[in-house]
Structures are given as C-alpha cells and as structure tokens.
Design a protein around this ligand. Structure first.
Ligand SMILES: NC(=O)c1ccc[n+]([C@@H]2O[C@H](COP(=O)([O-])OP(=O)(O)OC[C@H]3O[C@@H](n4cnc5c(N)ncnc54)[C@H](OP(=O)(O)O)[C@@H]3O)[C@@H](O)[C@H]2O)c1
Length: 284
C-alpha cells in the first residue's frame, strides 16, 4: 500500500488523498519552487488558506507542472476577518483567482469566531456557513468543511440545518490528540485532518517517539504520520526539503502495534501549539 496514492472518502462520496502537503510558511523566501518540489515528491493535495499568502505561488507551481487540474486536490480557507456572507464569497473568488483555477476541491472556515470579543459570533458563523453551502450547491467547490471547531462550534452549524461539514481540520499529533472532538467528529462522519501532525517538530524528540522510531526503524516524523493515518486522521505535514517531503510520504512499510498505538495515544500532553478557538493564545 502506498499512502500517497490512497484516498479517504468524504461524507459526500468525494475521494481525498490520504496525505496532504501543508503550506503554511512553506513558500517563505522560496516561492513556487517548494511547491514544485512537493509535486515532484508525489504530493497532489495542497492545504492552503487566504491567510497563508501563498496561493499565487501554489497556482504558479501547479500551472507550470503541467499536471491536470483533476489530478490535484486544492483546499483553501476563509480567514476570520472575512467571515459573513459577502466576505466569504469575495474571499473565495480571490482564492480561486490567485490559485488560477475555477473550482476548489475543499473550502474550510478557518476558525469558528471572527475574534473573542464579538458576541454575535454564532450569527456570523451561520452566515459564513450558509455562504459556503451556496458555493457547494453551485458546484464551485466539491466539499465544504471547517477548521479548529470544537463540538459546540459544530453544533451551531447543525442547528442551522443544511450540509454536514465534510472535514474538521484541527491540531492533532502525539501528545495532543483532542480525543473528545475527534470522537464527536467520527460519530458524525466528519473526517478529521491533522494540522501540525509533527507538532511543528516539538514532539519529535519525545522519549516515547524516539524509542518507537528506533523499534520500527523509521523517523519520529514517519511515526507521527503513520499514527495519524491509523487513527483515520488525514495528516498535512509541511516540509522544506525534497528529502523530508519524500520521507513524510514513505509511511506504508511498517505497522504500529496495538500496544504501541495505546502508548502513543495515552502519552502525557506534549507539543501543544497554545492555540484554542475560545481563548487567547498561550505563549510558552
Ligand atoms: N487550520 C489551521 O488553523 C492550521 C494551523 C496550523 C497549520 N495548519 C496546516 O497544517 C500544516 C502543517 O502544520 P505545521 O506546518 O504547523 O507543522 P508540522 O507539519 O507539524 O511541522 C512542520 C515542521 O516539521 C519539520 N519537518 C517536516 N518533516 C520533517 C521530518 N521528516 N523530520 C524532521 N522534521 C521535519 C519542518 O521543517 P522544514 O520545513 O525545515 O523541513 C517544519 O519545521 C500547515 O502547513 C498548514 O497547511 C493549519
């Protein structure tokens, strides 16, 4: 089995590659070359956002690669400051233009609230979701979803009726697996995606991961990615070098035992980014 060519199926029947390339800060100082390298390494799914300020570079790399649009999976997100019906639709059109495409494969609401002060955030969120649903019904995007949503944020969408989100992209890595939200999503057939699947390197030197990576003769990063996949969570690792890009796709040649899955799942909390949708960011 080669995960780079395997897919998960979303709750609307759309196939999505099992591993995506995370692009936050990926192109800084390097431009489209990084995305070209990721395409060469085998990635076909690119996770971007209006906030990442790199959609143009991704569009450029994709166009110059000559790879057919239908072989790619392009996902973007509407930023907090653009929430609401008009802002969402405008932001979507701008993302399409920058990416040089006429549809997206996945469009996410980046965070559930525009900020922590706005009391009517639920109304703004509902409007944002309705705009995303409209784009979906018009066929401009193949699936719609959310990011950084906890169960009480998701319930705002459910209370509004309509389309069930296909995806919830949350921070997920050994040491921070958000079990409650993960289970809530699984019960409702919402695919969870892992942002910072390597804990942005913060967990790669954890003694348990170092021990297990020696046992399985893989790198701690490969262990983290395989762990996510075994939890049916779609990892979005970011890497700068072609070597690391490839390494992060080569995760099919080993099997983590049930005992070791339990050990990873119950390890002490580690590597949390400090970000939480309902609180100011913690700085460590
Ligand atoms: N929805 C959200 O709110 C949200 C938030 C954060 C991130 N994301 C998405 O998730 C993606 C991934 O998250 P992330 O970029 O925060 O962190 P990450 O993928 O967990 O970690 C990236 C870091 O790990 C290093 N790395 C990559 N492969 C490695 C390997 N094989 N061995 C050792 N180190 C390795 C990278 O270094 P080099 O770059 O130097 O290779 C980089 O410093 C983002 O790019 C973005 O698309 C979404």
């Amino acid at each position: 089995m080669r995960f780079m060519y395997d897919c998960f199926e979303l709750n609307n029947g759309i196939k999505i590659p099992c591993i995506g390339f995370g692009t936050y800060k990926a192109t800084e100082g390097k431009g489209a070359e990084v995305i070209k390298a990721a395409l060469e390494a085998g990635y076909r799914y690119f996770d971007t956002a209006a906030f990442y300020n790199n959609e143009e570079e991704i569009g450029k790399a994709v166009q110059e690669s000559g790879i057919k649009r239908e072989e790619l999976f392009l996902a973007s997100k509407v930023w907090k400051s653009d929430m609401g019906a008009e802002g969402t639709k405008r932001s979507f059109e701008e993302s399409l233009r920058r990416l040089g495409t006429d549809y997206l494969d996945l469009y996410l609401i980046h965070w559930p609230r525009p900020d922590l002060e706005t009391e009517e955030w639920k109304a703004i969120l509902t409007e944002t979701w309705k705009a995303a649903e409209e784009l979906y019904r018009e066929g401009r995007v193949r699936a719609v979803g959310v990011s950084n949503f906890l169960p009480h944020h998701l319930e705002v969408l459910f209370n509004a009726g309509g389309v069930c989100p296909a995806v919830n992209q949350i921070e997920f890595h050994p040491g921070y697996t958000q079990e409650f939200t993960l289970n809530y999503c699984k019960e409702r057939d919402i695919l969870v995606q892992a942002w910072s699947p390597l804990g942005r390197k913060r967990v790669l030197e954890h003694p348990l991961l170092v021990e297990l990576s020696k046992k399985y003769k893989v790198s701690p990063a490969q262990l983290c990615i395989r762990y996510a996949l075994k939890r049916h969570v779609l990892p979005l690792p970011k890497a700068s070098s072609p070597e690391r890009m490839k390494e992060n796709l080569e995760v099919s040649g080993f099997e983590i035992s049930r005992e070791d899955m339990y050990r990873i799942s119950s390890m002490p909390s580690a590597g949390w980014s400090g970000e939480h949708p309902d609180f100011e960011r913690e700085r460590f």
